[in-house]
Design a protein around this ligand. Structure first.
Ligand code: ZN
Length: 353
């Protein structure tokens, strides 16, 4: 079927209109915010009572501490409160806490059976935060279903002695992503955010899965696609430049394409500039709060990060900005303030109108 013949959702239309008027704000990092809560194993498992709707239990022999995605079931209020803080700081788009909610990523915790419920609940929790924020200040917020890269790569062999070996295939990923995206849509996500892409083949399987999910529900959600540059030469782990990356995903007609995580805003700028020079869709950038220090912490102040992100806006490179690892609600508030006076980047061709 022609996926582009499916009607766009009302949120798609509203976001498209809003993006013509101003630079939209994406929220900041969930992971580093959760770390500050210093939760214990008992917190992560709700004292061993991890359960989903209808008291469904998920037997697992693994410790769950560090399984941040599980918190949408066991500590939903904590997740919602973080998302509300980001929304009130100025975020238009809230990401669900579902970065690792695939059977592939959850296998590390023996929580594969919980994946559907994690995604439904993840979208519902973010939706509650969005509605609370709107009730407070009257501004509409949107929920982006976060789809992470998983911990496996379909393009590269993890075994130096067997370059042909693959730890995961396109179809494995497609099935896992399909289950995730079905859950996110069922829970009420407005967008699908395929992010922190280090392997373009993984991302292409997520795109394929998203299209299959859209076909099932008979409507098309906006897709955001965000790569991550992992080395100083300006390539993704699977070896692509920003230009090559764009051409690999352009067929998806994404709502946005862009970069996140990895290097801080300074180092991201030239790569973002290259992408903005070739991509005929909206550009989204959400860097980390600088590079992590020796203790894995991020040192950039909200003002530091905001000034660097402001340069993106000044140069007319961006339509959506936010923060990745180490960015707090204060960082997002400062970024929103710093870019408020700038017009969004003008795109040459708008999607498929
Ligand atoms: Zn990050």
């Amino acid at each position: 079927m022609n996926i582009f013949a499916l009607p766009r959702t009302p949120a798609y239309e509203a976001l498209t209109r809003a993006a013509q008027e101003r630079i939209l704000i994406l929220d900041g990092a969930m992971g580093t915010m959760i770390q500050t809560l210093s939760m214990t194993e008992e917190d992560f498992t709700a004292n061993g009572h991890v359960h989903g709707p209808g008291c469904r239990h998920y037997p697992s022999n693994h410790p769950q501490k560090g399984n941040n995605d599980l918190l949408v079931l066991t500590q939903p209020q904590a997740v919602e409160d973080i998302q509300l803080k980001f929304a009130l700081a100025g975020a238009d788009i809230l990401e669900t806490n579902t970065f690792s909610s695939t059977t592939i990523a959850q296998a590390d915790y023996g929580m594969e059976a919980a994946v559907h419920d994690l995604n439904v609940a993840g979208a519902q929790v973010a939706r509650r935060a969005a509605e609370r924020a709107e009730a407070i200040d009257g501004r509409k917020r949107y929920v982006a279903g976060a789809v992470g890269p998983t911990n496996r790569t379909a393009s590269i062999s993890p075994d130096v002695n067997d370059p042909g070996y693959r730890a995961v295939t396109f179809d494995d990923l497609r099935r896992a992503y399909g289950q995730q995206i079905d859950g996110l849509i069922a829970g009420g996500a407005d967008l699908i955010m395929i992010e922190t892409i280090f392997d373009t083949l993984n991302a292409k399987s997520a795109i394929f899965a998203a299209f299959e999910s859209f076909a099932k529900v008979g409507k098309r959600l906006p897709i955001m696609i965000s790569g991550t540059i992992t080395d100083a030469s300006g390539r993704t782990l699977s070896g692509q430049t920003p230009t090559a990356f764009w051409h690999s995903v352009r067929h998806a007609r994404p709502f946005t394409v862009g970069l996140n995580c990895a290097l801080g805003a300074d180092a991201m700028r030239p790569h973002l500039s290259e992408m903005a020079g070739v991509a005929d869709t909206l550009i989204c950038a959400y860097p980390n709060a600088g590079l992590p220090n020796a203790f894995g912490q991020y040192d950039e102040t909200p003002e530091d990060t905001a000034r660097k992100v402001e340069v993106f806006a000044q140069e007319g490179l961006v339509n959506v900005v936010g923060g990745c690892c180490g960015t707090t609600p204060e960082h997002i508030g400062a970024i929103a303030e710093h870019v408020a006076g700038y017009a969004p980047r003008k795109t040459g061709v708008t999607e498929d109108v």
